[in-house]
Design a protein around this ligand. Structure first.
Ligand code: GLC
Length: 539
Protein backbone atom coordinates (compact mmCIF):
# COMPACT_ATOMS: atom_id res chain seq x y z
CA UNK A 1 0.00 0.00 0.00
CA UNK A 2 1.52 3.36 -0.94
CA UNK A 3 0.82 6.39 1.16
CA UNK A 4 1.17 9.63 -0.75
CA UNK A 5 -0.42 11.46 2.18
CA UNK A 6 -1.97 13.97 -0.20
CA UNK A 7 -4.00 15.46 2.67
CA UNK A 8 -0.91 16.86 4.40
CA UNK A 9 -0.82 19.95 2.21
CA UNK A 10 -4.16 19.77 0.37
CA UNK A 11 -6.54 22.67 -0.12
CA UNK A 12 -10.02 21.31 0.48
CA UNK A 13 -13.15 23.18 -0.58
CA UNK A 14 -16.28 22.80 1.51
CA UNK A 15 -19.42 22.34 -0.54
CA UNK A 16 -22.56 23.05 1.45
CA UNK A 17 -24.80 21.20 -1.00
CA UNK A 18 -28.11 22.96 -0.39
CA UNK A 19 -26.53 26.33 -1.17
CA UNK A 20 -23.98 25.48 -3.85
CA UNK A 21 -25.85 24.88 -7.13
CA UNK A 22 -29.42 23.85 -7.88
CA UNK A 23 -30.01 21.63 -10.92
CA UNK A 24 -33.76 21.07 -10.77
CA UNK A 25 -35.14 24.47 -9.87
CA UNK A 26 -36.59 23.66 -6.45
CA UNK A 27 -34.46 26.37 -4.84
CA UNK A 28 -32.20 23.91 -3.02
CA UNK A 29 -28.77 22.98 -4.25
CA UNK A 30 -28.25 19.30 -5.03
CA UNK A 31 -25.67 16.73 -6.04
CA UNK A 32 -26.23 17.04 -9.81
CA UNK A 33 -25.73 20.79 -9.34
CA UNK A 34 -22.50 20.16 -7.45
CA UNK A 35 -21.31 17.73 -10.13
CA UNK A 36 -21.89 20.36 -12.80
CA UNK A 37 -19.62 22.77 -10.93
CA UNK A 38 -16.68 20.41 -10.36
CA UNK A 39 -14.83 21.83 -13.39
CA UNK A 40 -15.24 25.26 -11.79
CA UNK A 41 -13.49 24.01 -8.67
CA UNK A 42 -10.78 22.43 -10.76
CA UNK A 43 -10.21 25.78 -12.43
CA UNK A 44 -10.10 27.52 -9.07
CA UNK A 45 -7.31 25.10 -8.22
CA UNK A 46 -8.38 23.15 -5.12
CA UNK A 47 -7.25 19.58 -4.47
CA UNK A 48 -10.37 18.13 -2.88
CA UNK A 49 -13.92 18.80 -1.80
CA UNK A 50 -15.74 18.09 1.43
CA UNK A 51 -19.51 17.85 1.15
CA UNK A 52 -21.73 18.64 4.11
CA UNK A 53 -24.43 15.95 4.64
CA UNK A 54 -26.62 14.96 1.71
CA UNK A 55 -28.14 11.87 3.36
CA UNK A 56 -31.77 11.01 3.94
CA UNK A 57 -32.96 13.43 6.59
CA UNK A 58 -36.06 15.18 7.89
CA UNK A 59 -33.81 18.29 7.84
CA UNK A 60 -34.34 19.39 11.41
CA UNK A 61 -30.73 20.60 11.31
CA UNK A 62 -30.12 21.00 7.58
CA UNK A 63 -29.16 17.36 7.17
CA UNK A 64 -26.99 16.98 10.29
CA UNK A 65 -29.91 14.85 11.49
CA UNK A 66 -29.38 11.69 9.48
CA UNK A 67 -32.19 9.16 9.04
CA UNK A 68 -30.19 6.84 6.78
CA UNK A 69 -26.43 7.14 6.39
CA UNK A 70 -26.37 5.26 3.08
CA UNK A 71 -29.16 7.00 1.15
CA UNK A 72 -29.13 10.39 -0.54
CA UNK A 73 -32.07 12.58 0.42
CA UNK A 74 -34.39 13.24 -2.54
CA UNK A 75 -33.82 16.95 -1.95
CA UNK A 76 -30.23 16.40 -3.06
CA UNK A 77 -30.80 13.84 -5.80
CA UNK A 78 -30.58 10.11 -6.16
CA UNK A 79 -28.35 7.77 -4.20
CA UNK A 80 -26.51 7.02 -7.44
CA UNK A 81 -25.66 10.74 -7.77
CA UNK A 82 -23.27 10.38 -4.84
CA UNK A 83 -21.34 7.67 -6.65
CA UNK A 84 -21.36 9.74 -9.82
CA UNK A 85 -20.03 12.73 -7.93
CA UNK A 86 -17.13 10.70 -6.57
CA UNK A 87 -16.35 9.31 -10.02
CA UNK A 88 -16.52 12.65 -11.78
CA UNK A 89 -14.42 14.34 -9.11
CA UNK A 90 -11.81 11.62 -9.38
CA UNK A 91 -11.79 11.94 -13.15
CA UNK A 92 -10.82 15.59 -12.63
CA UNK A 93 -8.17 14.67 -10.07
CA UNK A 94 -10.18 15.94 -7.09
CA UNK A 95 -10.49 13.93 -3.88
CA UNK A 96 -13.81 13.73 -2.02
CA UNK A 97 -14.53 13.84 1.70
CA UNK A 98 -18.05 13.28 2.93
CA UNK A 99 -19.50 14.30 6.27
CA UNK A 100 -19.93 11.65 8.94
CA UNK A 101 -22.35 12.50 11.74
CA UNK A 102 -21.70 10.00 14.54
CA UNK A 103 -22.70 11.85 17.71
CA UNK A 104 -26.40 11.62 17.00
CA UNK A 105 -28.88 10.35 14.46
CA UNK A 106 -32.19 11.79 13.41
CA UNK A 107 -35.11 10.73 15.57
CA UNK A 108 -36.42 9.18 12.32
CA UNK A 109 -33.47 6.78 12.09
CA UNK A 110 -34.56 3.12 12.39
CA UNK A 111 -32.27 2.67 15.40
CA UNK A 112 -34.07 5.39 17.32
CA UNK A 113 -37.50 4.33 16.13
CA UNK A 114 -36.75 0.85 17.46
CA UNK A 115 -35.39 2.28 20.72
CA UNK A 116 -38.55 4.29 21.31
CA UNK A 117 -40.87 1.28 21.12
CA UNK A 118 -38.49 -1.06 23.01
CA UNK A 119 -38.46 -1.57 26.76
CA UNK A 120 -36.07 0.19 29.16
CA UNK A 121 -32.85 -1.81 29.38
CA UNK A 122 -33.35 -3.42 25.95
CA UNK A 123 -30.48 -3.62 23.45
CA UNK A 124 -32.35 -1.15 21.22
CA UNK A 125 -32.40 1.46 23.98
CA UNK A 126 -28.75 0.86 24.80
CA UNK A 127 -27.75 2.37 21.47
CA UNK A 128 -28.82 5.81 22.73
CA UNK A 129 -28.29 7.79 25.90
CA UNK A 130 -31.72 6.99 27.30
CA UNK A 131 -32.05 7.17 31.07
CA UNK A 132 -34.58 7.22 33.87
CA UNK A 133 -35.49 10.66 35.07
CA UNK A 134 -34.84 11.97 38.55
CA UNK A 135 -37.51 12.71 41.12
CA UNK A 136 -40.15 10.38 42.48
CA UNK A 137 -41.93 9.75 39.20
CA UNK A 138 -38.86 10.30 37.04
CA UNK A 139 -40.31 13.66 36.08
CA UNK A 140 -36.98 15.51 36.21
CA UNK A 141 -34.28 15.17 33.54
CA UNK A 142 -31.37 12.83 34.42
CA UNK A 143 -28.92 15.75 34.70
CA UNK A 144 -28.60 19.46 34.06
CA UNK A 145 -27.12 19.37 30.57
CA UNK A 146 -28.44 21.96 28.14
CA UNK A 147 -28.86 21.70 24.39
CA UNK A 148 -26.43 23.73 22.33
CA UNK A 149 -29.40 24.89 20.31
CA UNK A 150 -31.18 26.25 23.41
CA UNK A 151 -33.40 24.64 26.04
CA UNK A 152 -32.85 21.42 27.97
CA UNK A 153 -30.57 18.68 26.67
CA UNK A 154 -33.09 15.96 27.55
CA UNK A 155 -36.55 15.17 26.23
CA UNK A 156 -38.95 12.66 27.65
CA UNK A 157 -40.25 9.65 25.77
CA UNK A 158 -43.93 8.79 25.91
CA UNK A 159 -45.79 5.53 25.53
CA UNK A 160 -48.40 5.41 22.74
CA UNK A 161 -51.08 6.12 25.37
CA UNK A 162 -49.25 9.28 26.39
CA UNK A 163 -47.71 7.98 29.64
CA UNK A 164 -44.33 9.66 30.13
CA UNK A 165 -41.36 7.36 30.65
CA UNK A 166 -37.54 7.53 30.16
CA UNK A 167 -35.58 10.52 28.85
CA UNK A 168 -33.20 10.76 25.87
CA UNK A 169 -30.22 13.05 25.55
CA UNK A 170 -29.79 15.49 22.66
CA UNK A 171 -26.83 17.82 22.79
CA UNK A 172 -28.28 19.54 19.74
CA UNK A 173 -31.84 19.70 18.46
CA UNK A 174 -34.62 17.64 20.07
CA UNK A 175 -34.74 15.68 16.78
CA UNK A 176 -31.05 14.68 17.13
CA UNK A 177 -30.85 11.98 19.84
CA UNK A 178 -27.27 11.25 21.01
CA UNK A 179 -25.96 7.77 20.38
CA UNK A 180 -24.32 5.86 23.22
CA UNK A 181 -20.78 5.13 22.04
CA UNK A 182 -20.28 2.65 24.86
CA UNK A 183 -22.54 0.39 22.79
CA UNK A 184 -20.75 -2.15 20.63
CA UNK A 185 -23.78 -2.20 18.32
CA UNK A 186 -23.22 1.52 17.64
CA UNK A 187 -19.51 1.02 17.05
CA UNK A 188 -20.08 -1.91 14.71
CA UNK A 189 -22.86 -0.03 12.93
CA UNK A 190 -20.53 2.84 12.16
CA UNK A 191 -17.75 0.52 10.99
CA UNK A 192 -20.23 -0.67 8.39
CA UNK A 193 -21.18 2.88 7.40
CA UNK A 194 -17.52 3.77 6.96
CA UNK A 195 -16.94 0.68 4.84
CA UNK A 196 -20.01 1.37 2.74
CA UNK A 197 -18.66 4.74 1.63
CA UNK A 198 -15.04 3.65 1.43
CA UNK A 199 -16.16 0.85 -0.89
CA UNK A 200 -17.89 3.47 -3.03
CA UNK A 201 -14.58 5.27 -3.35
CA UNK A 202 -14.75 8.30 -1.06
CA UNK A 203 -11.35 9.54 0.07
CA UNK A 204 -12.40 10.13 3.61
CA UNK A 205 -14.60 11.81 6.15
CA UNK A 206 -15.09 15.06 7.94
CA UNK A 207 -16.19 13.91 11.40
CA UNK A 208 -18.95 16.02 12.91
CA UNK A 209 -18.56 17.09 16.57
CA UNK A 210 -15.71 14.61 16.96
CA UNK A 211 -15.11 15.69 20.57
CA UNK A 212 -18.55 14.75 21.86
CA UNK A 213 -19.15 11.07 21.11
CA UNK A 214 -18.07 9.75 24.48
CA UNK A 215 -19.56 11.25 27.63
CA UNK A 216 -18.19 10.98 31.16
CA UNK A 217 -19.32 7.76 32.83
CA UNK A 218 -22.42 8.25 34.95
CA UNK A 219 -23.36 11.42 33.06
CA UNK A 220 -22.67 13.75 36.00
CA UNK A 221 -24.13 17.23 36.22
CA UNK A 222 -22.18 19.93 34.50
CA UNK A 223 -20.70 22.57 36.79
CA UNK A 224 -22.25 25.98 36.25
CA UNK A 225 -20.14 27.97 33.82
CA UNK A 226 -17.93 24.93 33.42
CA UNK A 227 -17.00 25.83 29.92
CA UNK A 228 -13.28 26.30 29.47
CA UNK A 229 -12.59 26.18 33.20
CA UNK A 230 -8.89 25.48 33.30
CA UNK A 231 -9.10 23.62 30.04
CA UNK A 232 -11.79 21.24 31.26
CA UNK A 233 -14.87 21.37 29.09
CA UNK A 234 -16.95 19.29 31.46
CA UNK A 235 -18.48 15.83 31.24
CA UNK A 236 -19.77 15.84 27.68
CA UNK A 237 -16.84 17.12 25.64
CA UNK A 238 -13.36 15.89 24.78
CA UNK A 239 -13.36 12.81 26.98
CA UNK A 240 -10.27 10.63 26.64
CA UNK A 241 -12.39 7.61 25.72
CA UNK A 242 -13.30 9.18 22.38
CA UNK A 243 -9.86 8.38 21.04
CA UNK A 244 -10.57 4.65 21.09
CA UNK A 245 -13.27 5.28 18.50
CA UNK A 246 -10.81 7.01 16.17
CA UNK A 247 -8.19 4.31 16.62
CA UNK A 248 -10.80 1.81 15.60
CA UNK A 249 -11.81 3.85 12.55
CA UNK A 250 -8.20 4.37 11.55
CA UNK A 251 -7.80 0.62 11.32
CA UNK A 252 -10.82 0.47 9.03
CA UNK A 253 -9.46 3.23 6.78
CA UNK A 254 -6.06 1.60 6.65
CA UNK A 255 -7.63 -1.54 5.20
CA UNK A 256 -8.22 0.50 2.05
CA UNK A 257 -5.72 1.66 -0.52
CA UNK A 258 -5.61 5.18 -1.86
CA UNK A 259 -4.70 7.05 1.27
CA UNK A 260 -8.11 7.64 2.85
CA UNK A 261 -8.24 10.23 5.62
CA UNK A 262 -10.36 11.83 8.33
CA UNK A 263 -10.63 15.38 9.61
CA UNK A 264 -11.97 16.15 13.07
CA UNK A 265 -14.40 18.91 13.86
CA UNK A 266 -13.35 19.22 17.49
CA UNK A 267 -13.79 22.38 19.53
CA UNK A 268 -11.36 21.69 22.37
CA UNK A 269 -9.65 23.96 24.88
CA UNK A 270 -6.08 24.02 23.64
CA UNK A 271 -3.78 22.94 20.81
CA UNK A 272 -2.37 20.06 22.80
CA UNK A 273 -5.80 18.52 23.31
CA UNK A 274 -6.53 19.05 19.61
CA UNK A 275 -3.28 17.36 18.59
CA UNK A 276 -4.43 14.22 20.41
CA UNK A 277 -7.00 13.69 17.64
CA UNK A 278 -4.24 13.52 15.03
CA UNK A 279 -1.85 11.15 16.73
CA UNK A 280 -0.38 8.66 14.26
CA UNK A 281 -3.02 5.98 14.87
CA UNK A 282 -6.04 8.33 14.92
CA UNK A 283 -7.30 10.96 12.50
CA UNK A 284 -5.23 12.75 9.90
CA UNK A 285 -6.39 16.32 10.31
CA UNK A 286 -8.26 18.48 12.84
CA UNK A 287 -9.61 21.93 12.06
CA UNK A 288 -7.65 24.67 13.75
CA UNK A 289 -10.50 26.69 15.24
CA UNK A 290 -8.12 28.76 17.36
CA UNK A 291 -6.88 30.19 14.08
CA UNK A 292 -10.42 30.71 12.77
CA UNK A 293 -11.50 32.51 15.91
CA UNK A 294 -8.43 34.64 16.42
CA UNK A 295 -8.93 38.35 16.86
CA UNK A 296 -7.43 40.55 14.17
CA UNK A 297 -4.24 40.94 16.11
CA UNK A 298 -0.71 40.08 15.04
CA UNK A 299 0.46 38.90 18.46
CA UNK A 300 -2.53 36.61 18.75
CA UNK A 301 -1.98 35.12 15.28
CA UNK A 302 1.71 34.63 16.00
CA UNK A 303 0.90 32.81 19.22
CA UNK A 304 -1.81 30.60 17.68
CA UNK A 305 0.37 29.67 14.71
CA UNK A 306 3.40 28.86 16.84
CA UNK A 307 1.47 26.91 19.46
CA UNK A 308 -0.63 24.89 17.08
CA UNK A 309 2.27 24.04 14.82
CA UNK A 310 4.37 22.93 17.78
CA UNK A 311 1.57 20.80 19.20
CA UNK A 312 0.97 19.12 15.85
CA UNK A 313 4.64 18.63 15.09
CA UNK A 314 4.95 16.80 18.38
CA UNK A 315 2.58 14.14 17.02
CA UNK A 316 3.82 14.27 13.42
CA UNK A 317 0.64 15.78 11.98
CA UNK A 318 0.20 18.77 9.69
CA UNK A 319 -1.84 21.76 10.84
CA UNK A 320 -5.24 22.23 9.24
CA UNK A 321 -6.07 25.89 8.72
CA UNK A 322 -9.56 27.24 8.21
CA UNK A 323 -11.22 30.67 8.28
CA UNK A 324 -14.87 30.02 7.45
CA UNK A 325 -17.44 27.24 7.38
CA UNK A 326 -21.22 26.75 7.50
CA UNK A 327 -21.38 27.33 11.28
CA UNK A 328 -19.64 30.69 11.68
CA UNK A 329 -19.96 34.23 10.35
CA UNK A 330 -18.09 34.50 7.05
CA UNK A 331 -14.64 35.93 7.61
CA UNK A 332 -15.26 38.77 5.16
CA UNK A 333 -17.81 40.08 7.66
CA UNK A 334 -16.36 38.70 10.90
CA UNK A 335 -13.15 40.65 10.46
CA UNK A 336 -15.15 43.81 9.82
CA UNK A 337 -16.88 43.65 13.20
CA UNK A 338 -15.89 45.36 16.38
CA UNK A 339 -15.27 41.96 17.96
CA UNK A 340 -13.27 40.28 15.22
CA UNK A 341 -13.45 36.88 16.91
CA UNK A 342 -17.22 36.83 17.27
CA UNK A 343 -18.47 33.90 15.18
CA UNK A 344 -22.16 34.16 16.15
CA UNK A 345 -24.78 35.06 13.52
CA UNK A 346 -25.69 38.70 12.88
CA UNK A 347 -29.18 40.15 12.43
CA UNK A 348 -30.35 43.52 11.16
CA UNK A 349 -30.82 44.52 14.82
CA UNK A 350 -27.13 44.04 15.60
CA UNK A 351 -24.32 46.48 14.90
CA UNK A 352 -23.43 45.87 11.26
CA UNK A 353 -20.00 44.77 10.13
CA UNK A 354 -17.94 47.07 7.95
CA UNK A 355 -17.78 44.78 4.92
CA UNK A 356 -15.22 46.87 3.05
CA UNK A 357 -12.84 46.62 5.97
CA UNK A 358 -13.85 43.02 6.51
CA UNK A 359 -13.08 41.98 2.95
CA UNK A 360 -9.78 43.79 2.99
CA UNK A 361 -8.76 41.91 6.12
CA UNK A 362 -10.29 38.65 4.91
CA UNK A 363 -8.13 38.71 1.79
CA UNK A 364 -5.05 39.34 3.90
CA UNK A 365 -6.03 36.55 6.30
CA UNK A 366 -6.54 34.20 3.36
CA UNK A 367 -3.08 34.93 1.97
CA UNK A 368 -1.71 34.31 5.46
CA UNK A 369 -3.52 30.98 5.67
CA UNK A 370 -2.59 29.77 2.21
CA UNK A 371 1.10 30.53 2.82
CA UNK A 372 1.29 28.43 5.97
CA UNK A 373 2.61 24.89 5.85
CA UNK A 374 -0.11 22.29 6.23
CA UNK A 375 -3.56 21.83 4.78
CA UNK A 376 -6.24 24.50 4.36
CA UNK A 377 -10.02 24.43 4.02
CA UNK A 378 -12.02 26.95 2.02
CA UNK A 379 -15.75 27.45 2.46
CA UNK A 380 -17.84 27.89 -0.68
CA UNK A 381 -18.22 31.52 -1.65
CA UNK A 382 -15.20 32.81 0.21
CA UNK A 383 -13.36 32.84 -3.12
CA UNK A 384 -15.92 35.49 -4.11
CA UNK A 385 -15.36 37.48 -0.93
CA UNK A 386 -18.99 36.97 0.04
CA UNK A 387 -20.10 38.80 3.16
CA UNK A 388 -22.50 37.35 5.69
CA UNK A 389 -26.16 38.07 4.92
CA UNK A 390 -27.03 40.12 7.98
CA UNK A 391 -30.62 40.95 7.09
CA UNK A 392 -32.35 37.62 6.57
CA UNK A 393 -35.99 38.35 7.48
CA UNK A 394 -36.89 36.58 10.73
CA UNK A 395 -39.83 34.77 9.17
CA UNK A 396 -37.51 33.14 6.64
CA UNK A 397 -34.93 31.85 9.10
CA UNK A 398 -34.31 28.12 8.91
CA UNK A 399 -31.58 27.35 11.46
CA UNK A 400 -33.04 25.48 14.48
CA UNK A 401 -30.93 27.73 16.70
CA UNK A 402 -33.39 30.59 16.02
CA UNK A 403 -36.43 28.78 17.42
CA UNK A 404 -34.41 26.72 19.93
CA UNK A 405 -33.03 29.81 21.64
CA UNK A 406 -36.46 31.46 21.54
CA UNK A 407 -35.10 34.07 19.15
CA UNK A 408 -32.16 35.00 21.34
CA UNK A 409 -29.69 33.89 18.66
CA UNK A 410 -30.29 34.24 14.95
CA UNK A 411 -28.14 31.25 14.08
CA UNK A 412 -26.22 30.38 10.96
CA UNK A 413 -28.45 31.13 7.99
CA UNK A 414 -26.42 34.22 7.10
CA UNK A 415 -23.40 32.18 6.03
CA UNK A 416 -25.49 29.59 4.16
CA UNK A 417 -26.98 31.77 1.43
CA UNK A 418 -27.23 30.22 -2.06
CA UNK A 419 -24.21 31.14 -4.15
CA UNK A 420 -24.34 33.83 -6.84
CA UNK A 421 -23.11 32.41 -10.15
CA UNK A 422 -24.49 34.87 -12.71
CA UNK A 423 -25.15 38.52 -11.85
CA UNK A 424 -28.09 39.16 -14.14
CA UNK A 425 -29.86 35.80 -13.95
CA UNK A 426 -32.87 35.12 -11.71
CA UNK A 427 -31.67 33.89 -8.31
CA UNK A 428 -28.19 35.01 -9.43
CA UNK A 429 -27.89 31.83 -11.46
CA UNK A 430 -28.15 29.54 -8.45
CA UNK A 431 -30.56 27.32 -10.36
CA UNK A 432 -32.83 27.27 -13.41
CA UNK A 433 -35.95 28.67 -11.70
CA UNK A 434 -34.65 31.66 -9.82
CA UNK A 435 -35.86 30.15 -6.53
CA UNK A 436 -33.50 30.12 -3.55
CA UNK A 437 -34.26 28.50 -0.18
CA UNK A 438 -32.85 31.57 1.58
CA UNK A 439 -32.93 35.08 0.10
CA UNK A 440 -29.74 36.51 -1.40
CA UNK A 441 -28.67 40.02 -0.42
CA UNK A 442 -28.41 42.64 -3.19
CA UNK A 443 -24.68 42.90 -2.67
CA UNK A 444 -24.18 39.36 -4.01
CA UNK A 445 -24.93 40.35 -7.64
CA UNK A 446 -21.69 42.23 -8.20
CA UNK A 447 -19.79 39.42 -6.50
CA UNK A 448 -21.22 36.69 -8.75
CA UNK A 449 -18.81 34.21 -10.28
CA UNK A 450 -19.33 35.58 -13.81
CA UNK A 451 -18.32 39.05 -12.60
CA UNK A 452 -15.07 37.86 -11.08
CA UNK A 453 -13.59 35.07 -13.18
CA UNK A 454 -11.14 36.55 -15.64
CA UNK A 455 -10.95 39.89 -13.81
CA UNK A 456 -7.33 40.21 -12.66
CA UNK A 457 -8.34 42.45 -9.74
CA UNK A 458 -11.08 40.22 -8.32
CA UNK A 459 -11.05 38.25 -5.08
CA UNK A 460 -11.66 35.11 -7.16
CA UNK A 461 -8.49 35.71 -9.15
CA UNK A 462 -6.53 36.30 -5.97
CA UNK A 463 -7.65 32.90 -4.71
CA UNK A 464 -6.86 31.20 -8.00
CA UNK A 465 -3.41 32.79 -8.17
CA UNK A 466 -2.70 31.96 -4.54
CA UNK A 467 -3.56 28.32 -5.12
CA UNK A 468 -1.37 28.17 -8.20
CA UNK A 469 1.60 29.78 -6.44
CA UNK A 470 1.06 27.68 -3.35
CA UNK A 471 1.44 24.60 -5.51
CA UNK A 472 4.34 26.00 -7.53
CA UNK A 473 6.36 26.90 -4.44
CA UNK A 474 5.15 23.87 -2.45
CA UNK A 475 4.08 26.14 0.43
CA UNK A 476 1.78 23.55 1.98
CA UNK A 477 4.62 21.06 2.23
CA UNK A 478 7.15 23.70 3.25
CA UNK A 479 8.39 24.90 6.58
CA UNK A 480 8.38 28.40 7.95
CA UNK A 481 10.99 30.62 9.54
CA UNK A 482 9.86 33.73 11.33
CA UNK A 483 11.53 36.95 10.24
CA UNK A 484 12.21 40.06 12.26
CA UNK A 485 9.45 42.62 11.69
CA UNK A 486 7.52 45.31 13.55
CA UNK A 487 5.14 43.95 16.19
CA UNK A 488 2.03 44.42 14.01
CA UNK A 489 3.50 42.55 11.07
CA UNK A 490 3.60 38.78 10.66
CA UNK A 491 6.68 38.03 8.62
CA UNK A 492 8.00 34.62 7.69
CA UNK A 493 9.75 32.72 4.97
CA UNK A 494 8.37 29.55 3.51
CA UNK A 495 10.96 28.20 1.07
CA UNK A 496 11.57 30.80 -1.63
CA UNK A 497 8.59 32.86 -0.59
CA UNK A 498 8.63 35.67 1.96
CA UNK A 499 5.23 36.43 3.48
CA UNK A 500 4.29 39.67 5.20
CA UNK A 501 0.94 40.45 6.75
CA UNK A 502 0.24 43.86 8.18
CA UNK A 503 -2.37 43.27 10.87
CA UNK A 504 -3.94 46.62 11.57
CA UNK A 505 -0.81 48.78 11.89
CA UNK A 506 0.85 51.56 9.90
CA UNK A 507 2.27 50.87 6.44
CA UNK A 508 5.77 49.44 6.31
CA UNK A 509 8.26 49.62 3.46
CA UNK A 510 8.34 46.45 1.38
CA UNK A 511 11.53 44.51 1.66
CA UNK A 512 13.38 43.49 -1.47
CA UNK A 513 11.92 40.81 -3.68
CA UNK A 514 9.53 40.40 -6.57
CA UNK A 515 5.87 40.72 -5.63
CA UNK A 516 4.21 37.41 -6.47
CA UNK A 517 0.82 38.25 -5.06
CA UNK A 518 -0.78 40.79 -2.77
CA UNK A 519 -4.17 41.16 -1.16
CA UNK A 520 -4.39 44.78 -2.27
CA UNK A 521 -2.32 47.18 -4.30
CA UNK A 522 1.18 47.51 -2.94
CA UNK A 523 3.51 50.17 -4.27
CA UNK A 524 6.77 50.07 -2.39
CA UNK A 525 5.02 49.60 0.93
CA UNK A 526 2.65 47.22 2.62
CA UNK A 527 -0.38 49.18 3.80
CA UNK A 528 -2.49 48.36 6.83
CA UNK A 529 -4.61 45.17 6.75
CA UNK A 530 -2.82 43.71 3.76
CA UNK A 531 -0.64 40.73 2.89
CA UNK A 532 2.01 40.14 0.30
CA UNK A 533 3.95 37.16 -1.02
CA UNK A 534 7.42 38.07 -2.27
CA UNK A 535 9.92 35.97 -4.13
CA UNK A 536 13.02 36.17 -1.98
CA UNK A 537 15.96 37.68 -3.80
CA UNK A 538 18.69 35.12 -4.48
CA UNK A 539 22.05 36.25 -3.14
C1 GLC B 1 -21.60 20.40 13.76
C2 GLC B 1 -22.06 20.88 12.41
C3 GLC B 1 -23.25 21.75 12.62
C4 GLC B 1 -24.35 20.92 13.24
C5 GLC B 1 -23.86 20.26 14.52
C6 GLC B 1 -24.79 19.16 14.94
O1 GLC B 1 -21.13 21.40 14.57
O2 GLC B 1 -21.02 21.52 11.74
O3 GLC B 1 -23.69 22.35 11.44
O4 GLC B 1 -25.45 21.71 13.53
O5 GLC B 1 -22.61 19.66 14.37
O6 GLC B 1 -24.67 18.07 14.05
Amino acid sequence: MTHSEWWRDAVIYQIYPRSFADSDGDGYGDLPGAISKLPYLKELGVDAVWLSPFYLSPMADAGYDVADYREVDPLFGKTSDATRLVEEAHALGLKVFIDLVPNHTSDRHVWFQAAVVAEPGSPEREMYLIRDGKGEGGELPPNNWKSLFGGPGWSRLKRPDGTPEQWYLHLFDVHQPDLDWESEAVRAGFDDILRHWLDLGVDGFRVDVAHSLVKEAGLPDEAEQSEFLEGDLGPRWDQDGVHDVYRRWRKVLDEYDGDRAMVAEAWVPNPERLAMYVRPDEMHQAFNFDFLSSTWDAARYRKVIKQTMAANEAVGAPTTWVLSNHDVVRHASRLGREETNNTAGISARDPQPDNVLGLRRAKAATLLMLALPGSAYLYQGEELGLPEHTAVPDELRQDPIWEGTKHQEVGRDGCRIPLPWVADAPGLGFGPSGKTWLPQPDSYAQLAVDQQMGDPTSTWTMYQTALKLRRQYALGAGSMTWEVAPEHVLAFDNGQVRVLVNVGGPAIPLPEGKVLLASTEVAGELPTDAAVWLLKPTD
